[in-house]
Design a protein around this ligand. Structure first.
Ligand code: FES
Ligand code: FES
Length: 173
């Protein structure tokens, strides 16, 4: 067998990975270089997570991995083997970000929605770490989330309002 044939076979191999996604145990056959975002979107049909730049710059692909926001375009699916993953679908079903979603809706903080899942997951991450971030801190936290159609003021207003409401209610849910 030639070197090239060896390389082709290695690329075609699949690996079984197991995760807990949105509270459900799942197993997927993936190639070693398949990204987590592709696995979520293609194998698991969780298309709320978007693939934009696919190089860690735009934030469209953010998901929670063991409770922390990560770029699913920068991880191979095999690296997430055994992890707990929560996508925008799971966070929506659980109600964990219902207040953020309602405030984004109320303030027109989205238009096409391509960036919105990543914005919400990043906002949730920020508010889990800082109960009352300043507008400057919110702006800074969103510096890795690109929005091409809404502009950022309404998004910052929405996150600021939720931070205030959660803080007055005694902390993040
Ligand atoms: S698609 Fe992952 S950061 Fe842009
Ligand atoms: S709402 Fe369209 S990219 Fe943000």
């Amino acid at each position: 067998m030639s070197f090239d044939e060896d390389s082709m076979n290695e690329t075609d191999e699949t690996v079984l990975v197991r995760f807990v996604v949105n509270g459900r145990k799942v197993a997927c056959e993936v190639t070693p270089r398949e990204t987590l975002v592709d696995c979520l979107r293609n194998a698991l049909e969780l298309t709320g997570t978007h693939a934009g730049c696919e190089m860690g710059a735009c934030g469209a692909c953010l998901v929670q991995l063991d409770g922390r926001a990560v770029h699913s375009c920068l991880m191979f699916a095999v690296q997430a083997d055994g992890a707990r993953i929560d996508t925008i679908e799971g966070l929506t079903e659980s109600g964990a970000i219902a207040d953020l979603q309602a405030e984004f809706h109320r303030r027109n903080a989205l238009q096409c929605g391509f960036c919105t899942a990543g914005m919400l997951i990043n906002a949730q991450e920020l508010l889990s770490q800082a109960a009352r971030p300043s507008r400057e801190a919110i702006r800074d936290a969103l510096s890795g989330n690109y929005c091409r159609c809404t502009g950022y003021e309404a998004i910052i207003d929405a996150i600021d309002a939720v931070a205030r409401a959660r803080s007055e209610a005694g902390g993040a849910p």
